[in-house]
Write a protein that binds this ligand. Sequence first.
Ligand code: NAD
Length: 360
Amino acid sequence: MAYHITLLPGDGIGPEITEATVKVLEATGLKFEWDVHIVGQQAQDKFGTPLPETVLESIKRNRVALKGPVTTPIGSGFRSVNVALRKSLDLYACLRPCKTYAGAPTLFQNVDIVVVRENTEDLYSGIEFAKGSQEAKQLSELVARSSGEKLRENSGFSLKVISETASRRIVKFAFEYAHTHGRKKVTAAHKANIMKFSDGLFLAVAREVAKDYPDIEFEDVVIDALCMRLVRAPQQYDVIVLPNLYGDIVSDLCAGLIGGLGLAPGANIGDDVAVFEPTHGSAPKYTGQNKVNPMAMMLSAVLMLRHLGENEKANRMEKAIAAVIQEGKTVTYDLKPDRNQPASTTSEVADAVIGKMKTA
Ligand code: NAD
């Protein structure tokens, strides 16, 4: 039986790392039927929308997608396809494991953190009012009436929305993940001392949910303190659950702890569907150079195989990637101790991983 998977290669470095990842997945011996779609600028040019309905239909039908990064124009142009996908499919949990592999260039050893990021609200709700707009004016008037605060006329607004519903399901997801993966501790990060009605709500709900999991330790920490502690002693963290924006930043920070974005996989998970993609973006300056590290996308594919119940193949693929990193011979520039050393290409890494899978 073949797995039917929606494949979104994305843009920038997306197509190169997707090709390398698909090659490795096919070498596991599993069969895949790839339903390939374009999104982002390419889809905008061809279909007049960056996220065609056919893409959402395909993911809903297959229930699993593997996705490369997609560029979001800054300041103007279309809104993020990545955010739109997560919102349209209600992929409320973003799972980003960050684990040190022997041989990776990092100051830290024995890091094994799973970042669980809320994916649908917070400052990413997409509810924004531009400076000078009628809506910005009305909002300023409402704020003046209700709080007495006079806002500057030349202000723009992005709304920070935190609901009890979304907070409960993401914290529950983090505890369930901890429970099923033998994890010992969940840390909730927030800034509830300052944002009492948004982060405060998130924290109150987290404390409530924690009571249902007496076997798992729970702690909370303010986000700035978490960042400092993460770079001093990351080993003390296990599962960290955060609202959307903090989750985005902390997952890049954790990627830095383990050797960089080239090694940081991710998954966006909802009740019905899951989209697997690396933490990193489309790194446009490296487009078409066959130069970047495909391992973050390969490790995202490992998460996908586990999601499909293919644990044995997933373990074999992860072991092969770990062996290539440890050997340090066929790795891309970002995993070399000195960036001036000659490095391997994206496709050579794919062949090396396949080689290790064959000999394992
Ligand atoms: P980025 O993650 O694309 O790249 C930042 C830097 O990290 C790169 O210049 C490169 O030095 C390094 N890097 C990233 N991936 C690497 C890899 N696989 N191997 C080796 N080095 C790697 O971040 P950015 O430059 O801020 O964003 C570029 C675009 O990607 C933006 O349009 C942004 O919106 C988008 N983006 C998309 C996603 C997504 O599709 N999920 C996520 C983040 C950013």
